[in-house]
Design a protein. Structure first.
Length: 80
């Protein structure tokens, strides 16, 4: 995924599926409706970055807002 091929993700969309040491899987899901513009290839090649460097090189991807951010809240409704 890059800026030309970005994709929109919605709440509950699967962003990543990781196989754990015990053979089980952990799924990371989006919690927002936004645009996914980059997948971190380094974390795909070296998954231990998610644990050892979560604030810098261990991110899964970059999601940018669609519309205004933070969203406008009016009468309990979120405007995008």
């Amino acid at each position: 995924v890059n800026n030309k091929n970005s994709t929109t993700v919605k709440p509950n969309d699967e962003i990543s599926r990781m196989k754990l040491c015990d053979g089980t899987f952990c799924v990371a899901r989006s919690c927002v409706h936004r645009k996914l513009v980059e997948i971190n290839e380094r974390s795909l090649k070296n998954p231990s970055l998610l644990e050892t460097d979560p604030l810098l090189d261990g991110y899964l991807g970059i999601i940018v807002p669609l519309g205004s951010f933070p969203p406008n809240i009016d009468s309990g409704k979120v405007n995008q």
